[in-house]
Design a protein around this ligand. Sequence first.
Ligand code: FES
Length: 167
Amino acid sequence: MSNNMYCAHRDPDKKGKEEGVSRRDFLGLAGIATAVVSSLAAVLGLVRFTKATVHYEESHKFKIGKPEEFPVGTIKKLDDKKVFIFADNEGLFAISAICTHLGCIVYPTEWGFQCPCHGSKYNEDGKVIGGPAPRPLPWLEVSMHEDGNVIVDAGKEVKKGTKFKVA
Ligand code: FES
């Protein structure tokens, strides 16, 4: 170490000053840094706030196959879609399999549908005939895609008794 170099430990007067200035500088820099970070966060928040937030709703439509896959007199339960597809002389129709009480999946019985969770019962049209379910099982829109497949829209309820006539 050279003799010209300052050593705070050997000069008690300068030692106190150097440490005091250093602490002040540190606190000053910390304050400035905090202010800069806060300002940046505020600006970023404002920029984000001014941008429109768009939520794209997921489509509830799905293809269930060709009409000939649903012969008259059959009922198919599409487990993954939670829907029953019926075919009768008047056409195809879809009834939701989701219980209107708390959302359990109903199963078909000889008189309609039964919910395994709290005992709600629905007749063959989905009308509530017992249990805590507050509403009937919804009938869902059935249509035809241009490629010849039948489509169900689980997001579009239709009036009970609405059937899709297969040409
Ligand atoms: S969820 Fe069906 S009766 Fe409660």
